[in-house]
Structure formats: C-alpha cells, structure tokens
Design a protein around this ligand. Sequence first.
Ligand code: AQP
Length: 335
Amino acid sequence: MGDRKQKPVLLSGIQPSGNLMVGNYFGAIKNWVTLQGQYDCLFPLVDLHAITVRQNPAELRARCYDFLALYIACGIDPDQNTVFVQSHVPAHAQLAWILNCFTYMGELNRMHQFKEKASRSEQNISAGLFDYPVLMAADILLYDTKLVPVGDDQKQHLELTRDLASRFNARYGDVFTIPEPFVPDVGGRIMSLQEPLKKMSKSDTDPNNYIALLDDADTVRRKIKRAVTDSGCSAAYDESRPGIANLVVILSCVTGESYGAIEERFAGKGYRRFKQELADAVTAFLKPLQKRYRAIRGDEKAMETMLRHGAEQARDRARPMLENIHNVLGFIPEI
Ligand code: AQP
C-alpha cells in the first residue's frame, strides 16, 4: 500500500444477491483484476444495496463470504486492495442521506434499473430500491474515486453520480472528484441465455438464464445446449440474431478470439458443434477458478481477518471526506 497516494482511486462493488455469473465477471471483475496494479482500488461488497429487495438473512451472510472467496479466486489481491463490507463503514449510509437532499425525484424516476426491477414486483416496492443510485453515488464519491469499472447497465447510475458531484461542487467548492465509468468493449452487456433481449442477471428467478461462476460442467453444458438461438446455422455476431450473437460474445470473452475469427472457425459447422465447443471453453475457464474458490471458502477465519483490515482502512479513508462535507454544509464538528 506504500505508493497508494500517488495512484488514482478506483472503486467498484457488487451486491451480494443471487449467484455471481459470467456477466458480472466479464463486465466488472475481470477489469478490476487487470487494473488493480495501476490504481488504488476499493472493492466493497455492497450489502446495503442487496437489501433493497428482500433477502434471507442466513443466505445473505453466507453469500458475502462466497462472493469474497470468488473475488479472490478471480485474482483480486486483498493485500494490495481495500476489500470490505459496505455496512462496516457507516459513512456510506451517512453520505447517501446527504446526497438524497441534493437529488431530484425526477432524476430517480428516470433510472432504467429501478423501472425494470420495480416492474418485476408491482407491490411493496421499497423506497430503498428507488434510492439505490444515490447510495451508489455515496459509495463512489466518499473516496475521491476517479474510475468505476462497471457493466453497461450501470452507466446511467454513474451519470447521475457525476451530476450530483458537479451540483454539490458548484455550490460548496471542489469537494468531490468527478468519476469516469470504465465499460469493456466486449462483455459490457452479456445477455440472458433464454431471453437474449434482456441482460443476464445473477438474481434471475430462472437459473437457465445465466451461467454462474460456480456451475459445474454438466450444468454449463445443459444451459448452453438450451440457450435460445434461431433457425440459422452460422455462428456469427449479428445484432439481428441476438441469441447466437450473445453466445459469440461469451466465447470471445472466454477465449479472447475476435468475432471474425470465431465466425471463420465455425463456418459451416452448425450450432450444435459451436455450442459444444463453447461449453468446453466455459468449463475449462471456470474449473481452475472453482478450485481456487473452494480452497479460499474453506477458511472463514482468514476471510474475517481480511474484512476486518479492509473495513479499518475504508473507515479511515472515509472519515476526512465526511468531516469536510459536514463542515461545508455548516454542521458543528463532533466535540
Ligand atoms: N449481464 C451483464 N453483463 C455485463 N456486466 C454485468 N453486470 C451485471 N450484469 C451484467 C455488472 O456486474 C456488476 C454487478 O453489480 P451489482 O450486483 O451491484 O448490480 P447489477 O447490475 O444489478 O447486477 P445483476 O447481475 O443484474 O444483479 P441482480 O440480478 O442481483 O440485480 C456491475 O458492474 C454490473 O454492471
């Protein structure tokens, strides 16, 4: 952590809901791993976000450990970066309240994710779900974050974060750093296997819609076999054929091949062969990751030590920012 101060800050979080899947990996985590040496990185497990929809308490707790073990299995170094649980750092919720007072209802009403998630359950939609983007803005702005690697679906929330930071700065001076999104060219929006016009989502009620990072070989094969395509037979990236295009994107993410190379390799070979090879490639990619995961997940004590250190670092880093915000707002400093 010696040269931390010279590096720009990177922050990105994932809510511990559902099953971490290939969309989360290629849209976000892979880029965290690539960028971790160049940036001063914070990776919160954003549990306060997860309770915007109902969670089973025992499952939520276990899932936080699962996700942490998966982060490390994917290549995140907990010694080099600040990895922590959001609810261990009260400043996130404190800043969210303050930012709420600078956010317009009309802005939140326009958020696609809220509209989409609210449409899944028409009844008892929580104020927390509506307010989710403001908490996300607090997560980011608390640490002078410069770069936020996320999937394409989070771009609108990041735009709101930038607007809130600029609005606050215009009134109170240069308090916040204005963050930039980092969305990968390939894999920024992996689509659902059964409904390829919808994004792949780790909390989808139908597990056939996603490939989880912990799916075994048979499950991967079955899900890919069932994935929706069309009546054609050439595996090519073509937006008018979203099912097969999505499978080509997944293969490109896993092997690093260009769309053109994939198209050439599978010309005239039919979807069946393409799907078999895709399943093999995904399984070969997941297998070593799952092995590392099992070794890390078996030692909860070691993970608790990591989380304790991470929370201490994050609390220390958040304190001066929150004090400065309280000061510019005119609150009496803590006595
Ligand atoms: N389909 C996707 N393709 C590429 N990137 C994706 N991400 C999510 N889905 C895809 C990125 O993964 C991170 C997950 O963050 P999150 O859990 O806080 O938010 P989310 O966008 O709500 O993700 P999910 O998978 O859809 O979760 P659920 O179903 O639990 O709500 C973000 O960087 C996101 O962009």
